[in-house]
Design a protein around this ligand. Structure first.
Ligand SMILES: *[C@@H]1O[C@H](CO)[C@@H](O)[C@H](O)[C@H]1NC(C)=O
Ligand SMILES: *[C@@H]1O[C@H](CO)[C@@H](O)[C@H](O)[C@H]1NC(C)=O
Ligand SMILES: *[C@@H]1O[C@H](CO)[C@@H](O)[C@H](O)[C@H]1NC(C)=O
Ligand SMILES: *[C@@H]1O[C@H](CO)[C@@H](O)[C@H](O)[C@H]1NC(C)=O
Ligand SMILES: *[C@@H]1O[C@H](CO)[C@@H](O)[C@H](O)[C@H]1NC(C)=O
Ligand SMILES: *[C@@H]1O[C@H](CO)[C@@H](O)[C@H](O)[C@H]1NC(C)=O
Ligand SMILES: *[C@@H]1O[C@H](CO)[C@@H](O)[C@H](O)[C@H]1NC(C)=O
Ligand SMILES: *[C@@H]1O[C@H](CO)[C@@H](O)[C@H](O)[C@H]1NC(C)=O
Ligand SMILES: *[C@@H]1O[C@H](CO)[C@@H](O)[C@H](O)[C@H]1NC(C)=O
Ligand SMILES: *[C@@H]1O[C@H](CO)[C@@H](O)[C@H](O)[C@H]1NC(C)=O
Length: 828
């Protein structure tokens, strides 16, 4: 009785049902003499699923569907009449004598039918199973395979555990998911999630008839290059490919879990689990989250790497087809071979750790080994690459590609290898690289890949450098910059864009209080508007900066060359009288601290945005640390030095001011400690020793701050004396890191990503710099699902550690009162 009361209240609450429920004991089966009207339901034997009429979201129409029976939020997993909504609550579901389920409207017209074709039926019944499957079967036959019709074979937008996604080759049945039009309208939307029909199967998300996203082919363990199907404690998966059917499906490890996969109206593949404590769905993971997941972003024979800037590159031995397009970052034209292949004397270039290219033109054989596979590829002139089909047990099977290689990406070190067909001359210095010469091939390939990576990097660096020069020159011509009369500058630094003091004073209304944006570590920042309407930010450096003119010019010259989408762009500078000013692009949103530490503004930054911020900062730092021509250490990375553009993309500011240095020097000693309490690393604070690993430490602090919404500096907790780093570590080793997550992102968060971020954050704040990962490794870790090393106790574990160090700063401003404010982590 009680459960039926609960049930009624749920229905009334969530569905705004107009009807009064007829008192009925729950049934899971109807026969041909019974029917289900609006307000009545079928409930599966254990109550997990319910079939009935409902009204999605704001819609006024009614639909027959199946939803979860035991959770408080009504979530439809299957809809019968998705294209033919009912206008009122007079719909009735019946089972015909032929075994067809029919939905009738008030005038008795059939508006939906299951069209059951297997006939004749003797004594058909329709039953809602505990798996969520609605089946029509003979009353006395419980074997699923013999059923006349199953809702699992006619999916809508949701994949439930045990449900197959793929194809039945005998009946031609297509088990793919089609998104809803909108959360209010279950009609077929633009996106389809399916197993590709041609070549070796992969998952594809289609937008109308175009591929939007694809996984790589199944490699025995998971779909190649996909984080979606890795081993985990929640579910296992199964892939079947035989003469009758092709499909994959999930099996829950614990059936008490409530789980679903949905293709959203926006085309995202999302996995949700129901969390009882919060009474809400937790988005566990989303496919297609980063730019490299965009199908064929880099065109034919291109390869995407999320760590690189630009992301696209050509596969080894290929060059951009239309170079000018590539330089304008339009990669869609793809790449072509530098040297045409010569069918008789080609070799193969091994490329490791990739998501395999699209397989719709592939050929495969499960029992061949890699050597036979290579031979097979070599025999056919149009074969362009080969790889193992299955990576388990050292690899087996053969997969061949013909024609262009599309949608390859750098994935993770543990991912698959692919062997690309190359003209022998592309493999190195020509001879020795022939296919038959096995021992040499290996060496040659290693050598050539080392050489080619080097050459590629060099070329890339040169292209970037030339482009930067060109861009800067263009800017100077078109941008209306006025030259300073300082002849020394003109003589030495023709490339340095100079603003004159008069222009900047006019732009900032004489550096008025009104145009002041804030005070940073090195001076005051003003907002300005140039005569042509462009908005700029002007940093007026403190006069007491001891830096000499030459040193300053030198630094600015270097900073101007640093260009990356996650760095604030320096437009130029101004040196006149005793003034030194830097002119930056202006960013409309404020800095990161304004969002994450503020009660109201923190809601504007949901988890996907925060994760994007974390990854963006990481990429910006990789660029500073290793990809830029100079090795640049930021030395004052903190939340207030990360600015956000109008799309909430992060841009690091104030980099390079603390002296850049080049060459092999990775560590340096300085008597001036620059930095901010709470972010500086132990070795930097105590010994003034800084390296790129000092920035990694600051980055780790920042990540934990972004996840927790708390400042490291001034953190306090009723249970202990630890700072934020110590607190995070404690929760981590106690196995409850999720308690660190800020209330404001609980709803939007992807648990896997958040936990991964916390883990990576802890690795970054290790006491010993050697234990901290490099920034490029950080980017890699954030981008895959490989196992991570276990962090040790972080440096600066407690607040006391901090006080013991002798801290001196000549350039940072003193901490304002609010930087020391104490925020309590609410116990949950
Ligand atoms: C249908 O089920 C009802 C209730 O169990 C039963 O009374 C009726 O005889 C059944 N009809 C047929 C045709 O089996
Ligand atoms: C709903 O109403 C519209 C217009 O009034 C009608 O065309 C349509 O057939 C109705 N649909 C159903 C399922 O009754
Ligand atoms: C029932 O459906 C039919 C066919 O769609 C339609 O012509 C008719 O108007 C509908 N009846 C009502 C009452 O909506
Ligand atoms: C059933 O068959 C009819 C006629 O062939 C078709 O219009 C309708 O879309 C089919 N319904 C389903 C649910 O497949
Ligand atoms: C394919 O279907 C046929 C006929 O139904 C059956 O005999 C065979 O065992 C099936 N093969 C597999 C691998 O299930
Ligand atoms: C399944 O999960 C439930 C609730 O979380 C738990 O009580 C139960 O022990 C689990 N069963 C197994 C076999 O792990
Ligand atoms: C391939 O290379 C061999 C040896 O270098 C040469 O004899 C032959 O003509 C080439 N074939 C083609 C089609 O280029
Ligand atoms: C493979 O897919 C691409 C992109 O969708 C398409 O252009 C090409 O025609 C397909 N090839 C085959 C054989 O299906
Ligand atoms: C697959 O390879 C094995 C071993 O080389 C061979 O016996 C078999 O015929 C091949 N199958 C196909 C379909 O080519
Ligand atoms: C090479 O492979 C393609 C695609 O499978 C096939 O159409 C062609 O006949 C093959 N050529 C030879 C010489 O085997």
């Amino acid at each position: 009785m009680r459960t039926s009361m609960d049930y009624i209240s749920v229905l009334v609450l969530c569905f705004s049902l107009l009807l009064i429920l007829e008192t009925a004991t729950a049934i899971d089966t109807i026969n041909t003499t019974q029917s289900i009207g609006d307000g009545q339901t079928l409930i599966s034997a254990d109550g997990t699923y319910v079939l009935g009429f409902f009204k999605p979201g704001e819609s006024k129409s009614r639909y027959l569907g199946i939803w979860f029976g035991k959770i408080s939020v009504v979530t439809a997993v299957w809809v019968a009449n998705r294209e033919t909504p009912l206008n009122d609550s007079s719909g009735v579901l019946r089972l015909t004598n032929e075994g067809s389920l029919v939905l009738l409207n008030s005038s008795g017209s059939i508006i939906w039918s299951s069209n059951t074709s297997r006939s004749p039926a003797r004594n058909p019944v329709a039953q809602l199973l505990d798996s969520g499957n609605l089946v029509v079967k003979e009353e006395d036959d419980d074997i699923l395979e013999n059923s006349l019709w199953q809702s699992f074979e006619h999916p809508t937008d949701t994949l439930l555990p045990e449900m197959k996604q793929g194809w039945n080759k005998i009946t031609g049945m297509d088990w793919s998911l089609t998104s809803w039009k909108s959360p209010d309208d279950p009609a077929r939307g633009h996106f389809i999630d399916m197993l590709s029909p041609n070549g070796y199967p992969e998952i594809q998300v289609m937008e109308d008839s175009k591929v939007k996203y694809r996984s790589g082919p199944w490699n025995g363990l998971r779909f190649s290059g996909s984080n979606q199907l890795k081993q985990n404690t929640r579910y296992t998966f199964e892939f079947v490919y035989n003469e009758n059917e092709t499909f994959y499906r999930y099996h829950l490890v614990n059936n008490s879990m409530v789980w679903r996969l949905v293709i959203s109206p926006e085309g995202d593949l999302q996995r949700f689990t129901w969390i009882d404590q919060t009474q809400s769905w937790l988005l566990f993971s989303t496919a297609n989250t980063d730019n490299c997941e965009r199908y064929a972003l880099c065109g034919a024979n291109g390869i995407c790497s999320i760590q690189n800037s630009p992301m696209c590159d050509c596969l080894h031995g290929f060059v951009p087809k239309i170079r000018s397009d590539w330089e304008a970052t339009d990669w869609s034209s793809g790449c072509v071979r530098r040297t045409p292949v010569n069918c008789s004397v080609d070799g193969f270039q091994k490329v490791s750790g990739v998501k395999l290219p699209q397989t719709n033109t592939s050929w495969f054989n499960k029992s061949m080994n890699l050597e036979e596979c290579k031979y097979m590829c070599l025999k056919n002139c149009s074969c362009t690459a080969y790889s193992n089909l299955d990576i388990r047990d050292g690899g087996s099977g053969c997969l061949l590609w013909f024609g262009d290689l599309v949608d390859t990406r750098v994935f993770s070190q543990n991912e698959q290898d692919i062997y690309l067909r190359m003209a022998a001359s592309e493999l190195g210095n020509g001879d020795g690289a022939k296919v038959n010469d096995k021992s040499n091939t290996k060496k040659m390939i290693i050598l050539s890949s080392v050489l080619s990576t080097g050459t590629l990097l060099l070329c890339l660096a040169m292209v970037l450098y030339i482009r930067n020069r060109k861009q800067r020159r263009n800017r100077k011509v078109s941008g209306g910059f006025e030259r300073n009369s300082n002849s020394k500058l003109r003589k030495e630094n023709l490339d340095l864009p100079l603003f004159d003091l008069y222009t900047l004073a006019a732009a900032t209304m004489d550096f008025s209080e009104d145009s002041k944006l804030g005070e940073g570590g090195f001076g005051t920042v003003y907002k300005g508007t140039l005569k042509d309407g462009r908005e700029i930010a002007v940093k007026r450096l403190s006069k007491f900066s001891r830096q000499g003119l030459d040193e300053f010019i030198n630094e600015v010259k270097h900073i101007v060359e640093l260009q990356h989408r996650n760095l604030v762009k320096l437009l130029g500078c101004c040196i006149e009288r005793d003034e030194k000013m830097l002119v930056y692009e202006f960013l409309s949103n404020k800095s990161l601290d304004f969002f994450i530490f503020d009660e109201t503004h923190r809601l504007q930054l949901d988890w996907p945005k925060r994760y994007n911020v974390i990854k963006g900062i990481a990429r910006g730092l990789v660029y500073l640390h290793q990809d830029s021509r100079l090795r640049v250490i930021h030395r004052d990375l903190k939340a207030s030095n990360v600015l956000l553009d109008h799309e909430m993309n992060p841009k690091i500011s104030d980099f390079g001011l603390a002296r850049s240095f080049g060459g092999n020097e990775t560590e340096a000693n300085t008597n001036k400690v620059v930095g901010t309490y709470g972010y500086i690393s132990p070795e930097y604070a105590s010994d003034g020793l800084y390296s790129t690993k000092s920035d990694v430490f600051s980055f780790g602090v920042l990540v934990l701050e972004i996840v927790s919404g708390n400042k490291n500096r001034g953190f306090s907790h009723p249970d202990h004396q630890l700072n934020l780093l110590g607190h995070a570590w404690r929760l981590f080793i106690e196995g409850k890191p999720s308690e660190l997550i800020s209330e404001s992102i609980i709803e939007s968060c992807n648990l896997f990503e958040v936990l991964r971020s916390i883990h990576v954050g802890l690795l970054c704040v290790q006491e010993n710099p050697v234990d901290r990962p490099s920034m490029s490794y950080v980017v890699l870790m954030l981008g895959n699902e490989d196992a991570l090393p276990q962090p040790k106790q972080p440096g600066f574990f407690t607040e006391r550690d901090l006080i013991e160090v002798t801290y001196s700063s000549t350039q940072s401003k003193p901490f304002s009162a609010n930087e020391c404010s104490i925020s309590l982590l609410e116990a949950r």
